[in-house]
Design a binder for this molecule. Structure first.
Ligand SMILES: C[S@@+](CC[C@H](N)C(=O)[O-])C[C@H]1O[C@@H](n2cnc3c(N)ncnc32)[C@H](O)[C@@H]1O
Length: 165
């Protein structure tokens, strides 16, 4: 969140984190800014209170990166809620399994696989999933980490065809 708040000052960032210490840490990194809001709750508690009626037809970016450690596993709920209520959102899921590309790691730390198979029945309204198109590593120290992007009624723009497919 700190990255987005600092680099996209014209955007308003909203997030939730149920761990008090992590929330304090996140706020400390961006406290001098005014373009953000963080709630100390789970996404299951937070999403229904977001006021989606006002922003459901806007292009929102959701960044889903919670795997539930110490809290209820949220991904199925998050995907179902967002794809049901929002029409034009971009939904990025971090640590997601990339089919056919085993060089990308993905999360399975709580016993729930972070993958299309696990969430497919929760994707509503014709949202489709896109994956990394590349397999090159840009970091010498970090391995490739998988992600998935859910979007609806969208064609991959020419300039992004090297990145996602
Ligand atoms: C991988 S970390 C996210 C880190 C953050 N995106 C960043 O880049 O710094 C996952 C976080 O999700 C939080 N979490 C776990 N279950 C959650 C839930 N149900 N709703 C919201 N957050 C949750 C954890 O407390 C943890 O801090």
């Amino acid at each position: 969140m700190a990255y987005v708040v600092h680099n996209y000052p014209h955007c308003y960032s909203i997030g939730c984190e149920p761990n008090r210490e992590y929330t304090k840490e996140a706020i400390a990194k961006i406290k001098e800014k005014e373009n953000f809001y963080i709630a100390l709750v789970t996404s299951q508690e937070f999403l229904p209170f977001l006021g989606f009626a006002e922003i459901q037809d806007q292009k929102n970016l959701f960044w889903l990166d919670a795997h539930g450690h110490g809290f209820d596993w949220p991904l199925a709920f998050e995907v179902e809620f967002i794809t049901y209520h929002y029409n034009k959102s971009f939904i990025l899921i971090d640590d997601f399994q990339v089919p056919g590309k085993p060089q990308f790691s993905y999360d399975i730390s709580t016993g729930r696989e972070c993958s299309y198979q696990t969430i497919k029945q929760h994707i509503k309204n014709g949202y489709q999933v896109y994956y990394p198109a590349y397999t090159e590593r840009t970091s010498k120290t970090m391995n490739l980490v998988g992600w998935g992007l859910l979007v609806k009624d969208w064609e991959v723009p020419e300039e992004l065809k090297d990145i996602l497919c």
